[in-house]
Design a protein. Structure first.
Length: 364
């Protein structure tokens, strides 16, 4: 087995590494836009205030929900958005008295991704999470080489992205090689596929690094299920049991306070050793139903970004549900579906919390 560096050799604040390993709620931040689709830096900062006060342990910026198009020539928003979020999160660390994970999303082929990683490092991000969507058809060894180079710049999360929104299939062999890369400290599992999810978890178990690589669910369709399952694999000394410890989710970009509370309930249950309460199974199904509406599962997730933005618009956190692409809008019937889950599951939203604090966040 390869020798891995101890945690104190990682270029990461010890408190942040401890936070990641314990498991925390990490919303994947949307992109705040004005009606003319220009960047709304003021509302982007408001989102950071909301996430931090809702109890999130960190924020991921530059991923699918921040829109991969922010990197495109002519749009050129990657640096302004990362800068705005990093500056605000750093300010909030001081004013709120706690450290907050700053996680930057990377996309594209190696040259571009390395430039993004260096920028994230220079802006004060703690770690990066890497989409491999640009490597469709590539060999495993090419992708592993890509990840090794990124991990030399900042601690790195692997990312299994749903193929329906641009991800690519990744084999067990790929994950088994990736988990032996130094400075890979976590994996976001988000293929929306039980078989593929288990491939990742099994690879971590086989590596013996289950105490160094922390698993986060990104399966927005099965959040509490992922957190509830003790994944057990045979092996020496009785085998290995692995838990998914936290969530790094687009679904948690809205209704964040209740998401933080649900995660804490799951943590308390994990530590109790008691049978899973039936009410948590019911809650799991409710969250999945709500996610189907917000993410537009009926149209293969075409309205996922506008759906999250619509919830934030209703709460007053965003001015509108706009995206960078004029044709990326709520799907037919999606508005009414969001109405339906709002009425069906009032326990899932955090509207009261937002209403009590919004004016202060807007003025701060």
């Amino acid at each position: 087995m390869p020798a891995f560096p101890s945690a104190d050799l990682f270029p990461m604040r010890p408190e942040i590494l401890q936070l990641i390993r314990r498991g925390t709620a990490i919303p994947a931040s949307p992109l705040a836009l004005e009606a003319d689709r220009h960047f709304d830096a003021r509302r982007q900062r408001v989102l950071m205030r909301y996430y931090v006060e809702a109890g999130a342990g960190g924020v991921a910026v530059g991923m699918h929900f921040t829109q991969f198009e922010i990197r495109n020539p002519g749009i050129d928003l990657y640096e302004p958005v990362l800068q705005t979020c990093a500056d605000e999160l750093t300010r909030l660390e001081t004013s709120r008295g706690r450290q907050i994970l700053k996680l930057a999303g990377l996309n594209g082929r190696t040259h571009s991704a390395l430039e993004q990683a260096r920028l994230a490092r220079d802006l004060g991000y703690d770690a990066v999470i890497t989409s491999l969507a640009a490597f469709d058809g590539a060999l495993d060894r090419e992708m592993i080489h890509h990840m090794r180079q990124i991990a030399e710049i900042l601690p790195t999360f692997g990312f299994y992205l749903l193929t329906g929104v641009g991800g690519i299939p990744l084999s067990y062999r790929f994950w088994r090689e990736l988990v032996d890369v130094e400075n890979v400290i976590g994996i976001k599992i988000a293929p929306f596929d039980r078989y593929a999810s288990i491939d990742v978890i099994r690879a971590v178990a086989a590596s013996g690094r289950e105490n160094e690589i922390t698993l986060y669910t990104g399966n927005d369709d099965s959040i509490l299920y992922d957190l509830a399952v003790p994944f057990q694999f045979p092996g020496p000394k009785g085998g290995t049991t692995i838990h998914i410890r936290g969530g790094l989710l687009g679904q948690w970009a809205c209704w964040t306070q209740t998401a933080v509370q649900f995660l804490e309930k799951m943590r308390v249950w994990q530590e109790s050793g008691e049978p899973l309460p039936r009410e948590l199974l019911t809650l799991s199904a409710q969250i999945t139903d709500a996610n189907a509406a917000i993410f537009d599962a009926a149209h293969t997730f075409a309205g996922s970004i506008p759906g999250v933005n619509e919830v934030l618009r209703r709460q007053g956190l965003l001015e509108g549900n706009w995206t960078l692409k004029p044709d990326e809008v709520l799907a037919p019937g999606q508005f009414e579906e969001i109405d339906r889950v709002y009425l069906a599951y009032p326990n899932l939203n955090d509207d009261v919390f937002v209403a009590a604090n919004l004016s202060r966040w807007l003025e701060e």
